[in-house]
Design a protein around this ligand. Structure first.
Ligand code: 2M8
Length: 417
């Protein structure tokens, strides 16, 4: 098969994955493992759909925003359907006065949505749609600043808010969490092998934190949360999203200065969290282990950090490829003692973080490194299928198969040339 044929087949397959995970109302992250609408997964779906079906991308955004709370938070899961096979489901999260009619979780996730909408707007402008969504996005961003900026960085109150759930960044903070009053059911291991998922101890802590937050309507006073980490990665996603929101407000004909100023403020907070000696951004209250969570805040300021990112992605002992781990970037540096090539956010390669790295590299004038990573990611997917994450040693697909954000990233990469 010629290269153009291979690329066109991969494109068709990627579009099919998104279509198969489309319930009509929202797109599931994967066919079985995640039966709700997840927040940053939806943003990635939009990034892919932008190239193939902008109206469907707009509906995906509307569906996510239907879950917005009255205080502005857009939750990490919107449970559009009842009776879902997922733990913790709506009955565990419970209801609060701020929750909309549709059931949702009580926490949030990396706010990539404005960035996805900015890409959609550049590709398929629609001012009327901006009139629908900009105000809700503004309210979400303001909620982060009001409720979660206890210090310069954005504080997360649950590892699930980071999007990188069992990353070793959170090991120490989790170790002090007490037992869970909620009985834990491991539905996540029905379709995925246990060694590819978080441990029982992790889940005990996740549910214990959930119970603590639930008991105060998910709005604890500062200092009262069972878990609180100033998250450099989420802060960077918000900083970039604020800049993208500023672009969107300007496209809608409104002054964009305030969102742009908020973006700068977050960038300054990130500069203070930069540890030049280690070459990573350090969370407040997290473990200083080298992970993509500590590397990818370069996303907030590519001109300043993309050169360093390119160096790390070429370093065979940390995040770059080596003869025994040809696929990269690993989610944890290979020379870190907690690196595990098969376990979730503790070592495997993820297409969504590769997308963030590629974008950062292009924006920071590191085109060669960006092209290399894009080609490697496409090769990994073409050879193994659209998995949730991949073993960097073998390329074996792990977690959920037919995964939406892997398909969406593939569509975006293939649409570039
Ligand atoms: C994973 O997280 C969920 C909890 O939110 C889970 O393990 O059940 C994470 O990879 C997260 O980043 C992602 O958004 C979610 C759905 O793909 O799955």
């Amino acid at each position: 098969m010629t290269l153009p044929d291979r690329r066109s087949r991969l494109m068709t397959e990627a579009v099919d994955v998104l279509a198969a995970n489309d319930t009509g109302r929202f797109i599931k992250p994967g066919p079985r493992q995640y039966p709700g609408q997840w927040n940053w997964d939806a943003a990635f779906s939009v990034i892919g759909l932008t190239h193939v079906d902008p109206p469907r991308a707009r509906d995906e955004i509307r569906a996510l925003l239907a879950g917005q709370w009255s205080d502005g938070m857009v939750p990490h899961i919107v449970f559009h359907e009842s009776g879902v096979e997922y733990f913790p489901g709506p009955e565990v999260w419970g209801r609060t006065a701020a929750m909309p009619a549709v059931a949702t979780s009580g926490i949030t996730q990396p706010p990539l949505l404005a960035t996805a909408i900015a890409r959609l707007q550049r590709h398929a402008p629609d001012r009327r749609f901006l009139g629908e969504v900009l105000e809700p996005i503004e309210r979400w961003h303001l909620w982060f600043h009001r409720d979660r900026r206890r210090t310069g960085l954005v504080t997360i109150l649950h590892p699930w808010e980071s999007g990188m759930d069992n990353s070793p960044r959170f090991d120490l903070a989790l170790s002090t969490v007490g037992p869970s009053p909620i009985a834990v059911t491991r539905r996540d291991r029905v379709h995925v092998a246990p060694d590819q998922r978080p441990t029982d101890e992790d889940y005990e802590a996740y549910l214990s934190i959930l119970a603590g937050l639930r008991s105060v309507g998910y709005r604890p006073d500062p200092g009262q949360s069972p878990f609180a980490v100033g998250d450099v990665f989420l802060t960077a996603v918000l900083s970039r999203a604020e800049a993208d929101l500023a672009f969107l407000w300007a496209a809608a004909g409104t002054s964009a200065d305030i969102a742009a100023a908020r973006s700068d403020e977050l960038r300054r907070a990130l500069a203070l969290a930069w540890d030049g000696a280690r070459g990573i951004f350090c969370d407040e209250g997290g473990d200083a282990v080298a992970t993509t969570g500590g590397l990818l805040p370069s996303w907030a300021d590519p001109p300043r950090y993309a050169g360093h990112l390119a160096d790390c992605l070429a370093n065979p002992s940390t995040f770059g490829p080596d003869p025994s781990h040809p696929w990269y970037p690993t989610s944890v540096a290979k020379d870190a003692d907690r690196f595990d090539s098969g376990c979730y956010w503790r070592g495997p390669v993820w297409a969504n973080t590769s997308w963030l790295a590629v974008e950062t590299l292009f924006a920071g004038a590191q085109a060669q490194a960006a092209e290399r990573l894009m080609a490697s990611t496409l090769e990994l997917v073409a050879a193994n299928g659209f998995w949730e994450y991949y073993d960097p040693a073998t390329g074996e697909g792990l977690g959920s198969d037919r995964f939406s954000w892997t398909a969406a990233v593939t569509i975006d990469f293939l649409s570039r040339r």
